[in-house]
Write a protein that binds this ligand. Structure first.
Ligand code: AMP
Length: 558
């Protein structure tokens, strides 16, 4: 295909090299034939896995067409699969079906070839970026990449986060030299299991090679900010290590990224979804460098990429690559009451979604998830050829998130109950509460606003009681949260802010003045709207932090 055929428009002109041209042709081919590719992917998944227990259970009888699939296979959530996944973990080697997504880290079945599929998606990112940012082969990328602890399931299978398995794979470790993908971090630094030493050595290498660095990144925005905070705390030692010791003490950290790495062209971090809360802080440290969100992926499956990676964060749309899995879309009714449960909604195919509408993503993967609800709500913004492009709207049922932790309403409620139990010894209970993910501190931390109800004779519980409440809440939160606190240092101590009596009533008055119905008013369990934050903060009578770390061990819960 001639370069002129490339529908991927760019201000910079043609692909940088033949390898890029090939990758771009692949994107064009896949997106032009989105529906056909999807049909083939589904048939491939179903025929390969025809003899699995799961597909046999639904009497697919070897059928590989869409109609049979849609009429026989139910839509499911992680919880529905848990018994089967546990059997695999326990050592059952019979063919059953062939990360995290909320709360507890989930065990997700995978297969070896999934690594090829992930690597394929990675291989498309730089060819697209090269269309927009020239000269990236003239320097290096400073990426803060980490592995996490892994464990064995009772049946002896390795259980570990998807990126850990990717970084530990030969696909990553023995990747061929590519001038567009040279990192300052040696593999050994990335693969170091001690998160402090890993960060230290990656930072040291990044500083040593600072003039060569053309892009700075991490997977998520929170990871990059953790690295900047690390530099703030450890620059003296790092500078000492570099012998010349010329890093001046700096009180002013504004624009620190381009000051240290003066050739940085952009930040490579995901700032969509929950990570959007970090954009102002990234702007501050980077002096407004562009923030490129290149891809959209999960433990279950890698989904797609952003074909216009230098656009503003608010305008990011991801193009789902039709070859990654079979994708379906559950029309999302923002105000749905759940009354339609008796008539299951029709799932829409990738090529048939409509611009402007919101959908929940449902996937069928090579690794053996069938019609599985990922939990992400996406809005269609347009099409690239016949492949739709999606704005990430939000994750369902996630109230608070700082890093990879995701805390839902039920978990928060349970944590508040446990704090309330501590208070009950002092004749006090929690009358109302709400929460806020405070990202002005690095690492960010959960803030819980409490309005307390005290028995007549009771006095406001003392500092030590309220800090015990903070710890009691942390102990009740899921293991991903506690790992972030203990092992990764990616989440700061939980804070309780006690507000004056009557504050939540004021909150309701405010909502009603803005049009909320009195009958249907519910206390928001998480807030982020500035006027509401200001109201709450102006009524704070005392604030308290968790005095120590909650319990966490690398072993998986049984
Ligand atoms: P995990 O399986 O724990 O890696 O989490 C995957 C989830 O992270 C996805 O289902 C999304 O909710 C979120 N996520 C991943 N990539 C992005 C992105 N580019 N923008 C917004 N959210 C994302």
């Amino acid at each position: 295909m001639a370069v002129g055929d490339l529908a991927l428009s760019s201000p910079m002109g043609p692909p940088a090299c033949e390898k890029d041209a090939k990758a771009l042709r692949f994107i064009e081919e896949m997106t032009r034939n989105a529906d056909v590719v999807q049909e083939t992917v589904l048939a491939e998944i179903l025929s390969r896995n025809a003899e699995t227990e799961y597909l046999r259970r639904f009497k697919l009888n070897g059928g590989t067409d869409r109609a049979a699939f849609k009429s026989k296979i139910p839509m499911i959530k992680y919880e529905d699969l848990q018994p089967e996944i546990q059997r695999i973990a326990n050592g059952d080697r019979s063919p059953i079906f062939s990360g995290t997504s909320a709360g507890e880290r989930k065990l997700m079945p995978t297969i070896k070839e999934e690594l090829n599929r992930r690597q394929l998606l990675y291989s498309l990112l730089m060819p697209v970026m090269n269309l927009y940012v020239p000269g990236l082969d003239k320097g290096k990328g400073l990426y803060f990449l980490f592995i996490k602890s892994e464990s064995k399931t009772p049946g002896g299978l390795l259980a570990r986060p998807v990126l850990t398995s990717y970084y530990k794979s030969d696909h990553f470790k023995t990747r061929p030299y590519d001038p567009y993908n040279v990192y300052t971090s040696p593999n050994e630094a990335i693969l170091c299991p001690d998160s402090f030493q890993s960060m230290y050595s990656q930072m040291l290498c990044g500083l040593l090679e600072r003039k060569h660095v053309l892009r700075v990144g991490a997977v998520f925005a929170s990871g990059l900010l953790r690295a900047i905070r690390f530099l703030q705390l450890n620059w003296a030692q790092l500078a000492h290590d570099i012998r010349t010791g010329t890093l001046n003490p700096k009180d002013n950290w504004e624009g620190i990224i381009p000051r240290i790495w003066p050739n940085t062209k952009y930040l490579d971090v995901i700032v969509t979804g929950a990570m959007a809360q970090y954009i102002p802080t990234l702007d501050y440290y980077s002096g407004g460098l562009p923030q490129a969100c290149t891809m959209y992926a999960s433990s279950e499956c890698y989904f797609g990429l952003n074909l216009n990676p230098m656009c503003k964060p608010a305008e990011v749309s991801y193009t789902i690559m039709p070859n990654m899995a079979y994708f379906e879309f559950l029309p999302h009714e923002p105000n749905s009451t759940g009354l339609t449960q008796n008539s299951p909604p029709e799932l829409v195919d990738l090529a048939d979604v409509e611009v402007g509408k919101e959908y929940e993503l449902v996937i069928t993967t090579y690794a053996g998830l069938y019609r599985y609800r990922v939990g992400d709500v996406l809005r269609v913004t347009g099409f690239h050829n016949s492949a739709p492009q999606f704005h990430f709207v939000r994750r369902k049922n996630v109230l608070l998130s700082i890093d990879s932790d995701k805390t839902d309403e039920a978990e928060l409620q349970n944590a508040v109950c446990n704090a309330s139990r501590v208070l009950s010894e002092f004749g006090t209970s929690v009358a109302e509460y709400t929460s806020y993910a405070d990202t002005t501190t690095i690492p960010g931390h959960y803030v819980i606003y409490f309005e307390l109800l005290m028995k007549d004779s009771a006095e406001l519980p003392c500092e030590s009681v309220l800090s015990r409440c903070c710890l009691a809440m942390e102990e009740s939160l899921n293991s991903v949260y506690r790992q972030g606190r203990v092992s990764d240092n990616s989440i700061g101590p939980l804070e309780i802010r006690v507000v004056k009596n009557g504050t939540f009533e004021e909150l309701m008055d405010y909502a009603i003045s803005r049009g909320a119905s009195i009958n249907q008013y519910k206390v928001p369990r998480c807030v982020s709207f500035t006027p509401i934050m200001e109201l709450l903060d102006s009524r704070v009578v005392s604030s308290h932090f968790s005095p120590s770390l909650p319990h966490w061990t690398p072993e998986r819960r049984r």
